[in-house]
Design a protein around this ligand. Structure first.
Ligand SMILES: *[C@@H]1O[C@H](CO)[C@@H](O)[C@H](O)[C@H]1NC(C)=O
Ligand SMILES: *[C@@H]1O[C@H](CO)[C@@H](O)[C@H](O)[C@H]1NC(C)=O
Length: 250
C-alpha cells in the first residue's frame, strides 16, 4: 500500500521535477534561465529503433530531450556512472552517437549536423526550426549558410529545394521540366553551381583592399549576426556605408 501511494505521489510529482541537463552540454543553448536543447539536438533519426533507444537510454525523469526543454539525458548517453556528477566516458558517448543520437539529444554532433556555418549567415542559424529545414523557401539558403541546423553538412551546400525530387529521377531529363528542376531539384539533378565545394567555404564577397572604411555604428557585430552583411534587402552601398569593416566590404 505504501509503495502504491508513493508511486501515485511520484507520478504526480514527476512532471514537476526540475530537470537539469548535466554532464554534457553539447547541443544545448542558454535561454536566459536554463540550458535547453537546440532544435538540432533532436533533429536526426536514431540508427536503431526508437523503442530500443528508449530502453537503452531511458529518460531519468520520464521526459526525453526535445527542442527547448531541459530534460536530463540518460546517464548512459555519456557515462558509465548511474548518478550525477558523472565522469565523461568517451566510449559511452560514441555508442550513443552511433545508435541513438536523437534519444540522447546529440544529433548536433553527428556528421550531418557537425560543421561550421557561414560567418555571416542570412538568417539566425540557432533558431531554425524543423519546418524551415523542409521548407521550399528556406532549404537552399540554409544549406549554404546554416548547414549544421538541418543536417546539411554532408551536402556541400547543395540541396533540393523540395524534398521529394528523388522519387522520379526521369524529371531530370524531361525537357518540359527543366525550369522546375533547375529551381527545385538542383541536388538530385546536378544543377548546383559547384556541388563539390564545401559549404564551409561560403564567405562574404570581398574585394582586394587591405583596409576598410570604419563602421559608422556600434551595432555592426549584432547586425552581422542577424545577416546584415549578406542581406540583399540592403544594397552593397548601404552595407558599406554602415559596416564596411565588420562586413569586410572594400
Ligand atoms: C561535448 O562533447 C565532447 C565529446 O563528444 C566532450 O569532450 C565535451 O566535453 C562536450 N562539451 C560540453 C560543453 O559538454
Ligand atoms: C528556459 O527553459 C526552461 C526549461 O524548459 C523554462 O522553464 C524557462 O521558462 C525557459 N526560460 C525562458 C526565458 O524561455
Amino acid at each position: 500500500m505504501i509503495s502504491l501511494v508513493s508511486i501515485l505521489i511520484a507520478s504526480f510529482l514527476a512532471p514537476e521535477v526540475s530537470a537539469v541537463i548535466g554532464g554534457d552540454l553539447n547541443c544545448t543553448s542558454y535561454n536566459g534561465t536554463a540550458f535547453v536543447y537546440t532544435p538540432a539536438a533532436v533533429a536526426c533519426s536514431n540508427t536503431i529503433s526508437d523503442a530500443s533507444c528508449a530502453v537503452l537510454y531511458a529518460a531519468p525523469n520520464t521526459l526525453y530531450p526535445a527542442a527547448g526543454n531541459d530534460a536530463q539525458r540518460a546517464h548512459a548517453c555519456y557515462t558509465t556512472a548511474t548518478a550525477t556528477p558523472a565522469a565523461f566516458v568517451a566510449d559511452m558517448k560514441t555508442a550513443a552517437l552511433t545508435n541513438c543520437p536523437k534519444t540522447c539529444g546529440f544529433c548536433c554532433q553527428t556528421d550531418a549536423y557537425n560543421c561550421r556555418n557561414a560567418n555571416f549567415p542570412r538568417l539566425n542559424c540557432a533558431t531554425i526550426t524543423l519546418s524551415q529545414c523542409n521548407s521550399v523557401a528556406w532549404r537552399t539558403i540554409i544549406a549554404q549558410d546554416c548547414p549544421s541546423s538541418c543536417g546539411f553538412c554532408l551536402s556541400g551546400g547543395c540541396v533540393d529545394a523540395v524534398t521529394n525530387c528523388g522519387t522520379d529521377l526521369s524529371i531530370c531529363q524531361n525537357i518540359g521540366m527543366q525550369d522546375f528542376v533547375n529551381q527545385y531539384c538542383q541536388k538530385t539533378c546536378g544543377r548546383c553551381a559547384s556541388s563539390t565545394t564545401s559549404s564551409s567555404s561560403v564567405t562574404v564577397t570581398s574585394g582586394t583592399c587591405t583596409s576598410y572604411i570604419a563602421d559608422t555604428t556600434t551595432q555592426c557585430a549584432a547586425w552581422a549576426t542577424n545577416g546584415f552583411c549578406t542581406n540583399t534587402f540592403y544594397t552593397l552601398a548601404q552595407r558599406r556605408a554602415r559596416c564596411a569593416t565588420t562586413c569586410r566590404i572594400c
